[in-house]
Design a protein around this ligand. Structure first.
Ligand code: ZN
Length: 100
């Protein structure tokens, strides 16, 4: 699997995780799965935060509040490329840190 493809997979997983949905990582080899999951958790924490009252706010641009589904759609539509670039950055750092 190429890093680009993995970054897209991780971006989608992190966007789902950020709004409280489960995610899958199809095709990710067992040997790197834990590291990839750490990246998903880290990236997810950078995408959403609770809004005042109820709902979720986008941490990348401050818009909200959204419902979970609303924020997921917003992240996919507006921030997909940015999230994928950040995923690639975090993946590179994770792989370098764990395979020295
Ligand atoms: Zn946003």
């Amino acid at each position: 699997m190429s890093l680009d493809k993995l970054a897209l997979l991780v971006a989608e997983a992190a966007m789902r995780r950020a709004v409280g949905l489960n995610y899958k990582l199809p095709g990710v080899p067992a040997g790197v799965r834990r590291g990839v999951e750490r990246v998903v958790e880290r990236l997810a924490s950078e995408l959403a935060e609770p809004a005042s009252g109820s709902g979720l706010r986008c941490r990348l641009c401050g818009r909200g509040p959204y419902t979970p589904t609303g924020l997921l759609l917003h992240l996919r539509r507006v921030h997909r490329d940015q999230v994928a670039r950040r995923a690639a950055e975090l993946l590179a750092a994770e792989l370098l840190a764990t395979h020295r």
